[in-house]
Design a protein around this ligand. Structure first.
Ligand code: NAD
Length: 458
């Protein structure tokens, strides 16, 4: 007999376990969410270390954007699971008399969660919370580029979870491809658009639904009517945290030319305040994930480098960098930067900035800094993006009930909070009819009934 490959075997075992119906029990889900919380809390120090080794991620950033986000998701799911899982009553129309209508949320089955390397813990664990809350079994595929976090998860998860419920499959592209050959009930992918297409094509073979959390160039528009100091601080924080390797980091600035000089001066001060004279020595500044990405980013360091620009290949260090007088045709504007380089473009009228943004693929995030409420509405009405944050950057992810996801090229589907639960659930419509009454109208012969039907449908 052929020994099934490891991956197929895990999927097979999870499918068998799912069929027992145990994961449908709400107390089982609560228990597993609590186990997940315990696994994170008990391994906090090792997680900090792995993230530091992979990305020189400062402990504060790891506590906030990796562990903190995961714990918040778990606590929120634990608080709301009883409400989320309750069947939702729907008003049945009089034409259905006598009937009740409800929507039941049921688990999908065995789901695959594929993560990216920039937030290697959060991007696997946060969707896992939704998958478990919704009553699924899950296979996690960490990114091979965040090697230490990937190893750590492969070590921790089996200590806390039965692999029939949650398993980690570690490996590179080949492993990912092997997994994608399997039939899953849902695939949740975070990564780049090109791989997103591969994932979607593989899922299509099994008609498996997908969430694709992708990236893109998220613009940051700055109007002249803004609070310059706070604007600069919030841009610098969102752009240079994790050394710019954040999917919703502001990719480029589009600034009203009347305030450009003042804003750039404030940004310079901020970078200095945050990371000191030598950001390379700052314990609060990250590193580029690997040599390939370091080399890719160094090619952008051409042109009018206003701030930063220094690099250290042996450390994979790139200073927080601002490049002025950038044109749309420059290489830095051709693809998502995903690193600590902030190109600056200018505009004269807001309509011009909106038109420039609309000429590009729909981004994952759009940032607009302005005190002018009318202009805020104009930007909201006239642009399309996965999400928007007005007068701040990145903070939109801190509101768990704001669904997070892209639109167009920046992704398909949404998660966080209740949206995660819904993503990993099937909303089953149920109509329950009574035997007390049986309206004859719909039955043949239809003679003389059309008039009544038309009247009812008015
Ligand atoms: P990536 O697409 O290279 O890799 C993501 C995952 O896909 C990894 O686990 C990898 O092993 C796997 N993979 C890579 N090549 C594959 C292939 N040919 N076939 C099958 N699987 C393959 O992405 P990345 O470099 O890890 O992440 C960077 C991208 O992710 C950026 O575009 C960023 O914007 C995006 N991102 C999006 C979000 C979001 O929430 N929307 C979050 C983080 C990162």
């Amino acid at each position: 007999m052929l020994v099934p490959p490891k991956v197929s075997n895990i999927v097979f075992q999870q499918r068998k376990f799912f069929a027992t119906g145990k994961t449908k029990d709400i107390s089982f889900r609560i228990q597993h969410l609590k186990i997940l919380k315990q696994a994170i809390l008990e391994n906090e120090a090792a997680i900090f270390k792995a993230l530091q080794t992979d990305l020189n991620k400062p402990v504060f950033e790891a506590a906030l954007s990796e562990i903190g986000v995961c714990l918040e998701e778990i606590n929120y799911a634990l608080k709301n699971i009883n409400i989320w899982t309750k069947p939702k009553k729907i008003k049945a129309p009089i034409t259905q008399f006598i009937a009740s209508a409800q929507v039941y949320s049921e688990p999908l089955g065995v789901v695959l969660i594929v993560g990216a390397w920039n937030y290697p813990l959060q991007l696997l664990i946060s969707p896992l919370v939704g998958a478990l809350a919704a009553g699924n079994c899950a296979i996690l595929k960490p990114s091979e580029l965040a090697t230490n976090t990937s190893h750590l998860l492969t070590e921790i998860i089996p200590k806390y979870f039965n692999p029939e419920v949650v398993a980690v499959v570690e490996g590179g592209i080949e492993t990912s491809q092997q997994l994608l050959e399997e039939k899953f009930d849902y695939i949740f992918f975070t990564g780049g658009s090109e791989v997103g297409k591969i994932v979607m094509a593989a899922a299509a073979k099994h008609l498996t639904p997908v969430t694709l959390e992708l990236g893109g160039k998220s613009p940051c528009i700055v109007d002249a009517d803004t609070h310059l100091e706070y604007t600069a601080k919030r841009i610098v924080w969102g752009k240079f945290m994790n050394a710019g390797q954040t999917c919703i980091a502001p990719d480029y600035l589009l600034v009203d030319k009347r305030i450009k000089r003042d804003l750039l001066a404030q940004i310079k001060n901020c970078i200095h305040d945050f990371y000191g004279d030598e950001p390379e020595k700052s314990p609060d500044y990250g590193r580029i994930i690997n040599q390939k990405h370091f080399n890719r980013l160094c090619k952008y360091l051409d042109g009018d480098v206003l701030i930063g620009g220094e690099t250290n290949p042996s450390e994979r260090y790139i200073a927080p960098t601002v490049i002025d007088r950038v044109g749309w045709e420059d290489p830095v504007m051709q693809e998502e930067i995903f690193g600590p380089i902030l190109p600056v473009l200018e505009y004269t009228e807001l309509n011009e900035a909106i038109a420039l943004v609309n000429a590009k693929p729909k981004p994952l995030a759009l940032y607009f800094f302005s005190k002018d409420k009318q202009k805020q509405q104009t930007v909201l009405q006239q642009t399309s993006s996965g999400g928007v944050c007005i007068n701040d950057t990145v903070m939109q992810v801190g509101v768990l009930d704001l669904p997070f996801g892209g639109v167009g090229e920046s992704g398909i589907g949404r998660y966080h909070g209740k949206a995660s639960f819904e993503t990993f659930s099937h909303q089953k419509s149920v109509l329950n009819k009574s035997f007390l009454v049986d309206m004859k109208l719909r039955y043949a012969p239809y003679k003389d009934k059309l008039k009544i039907l038309k009247w009812l449908m008015k």
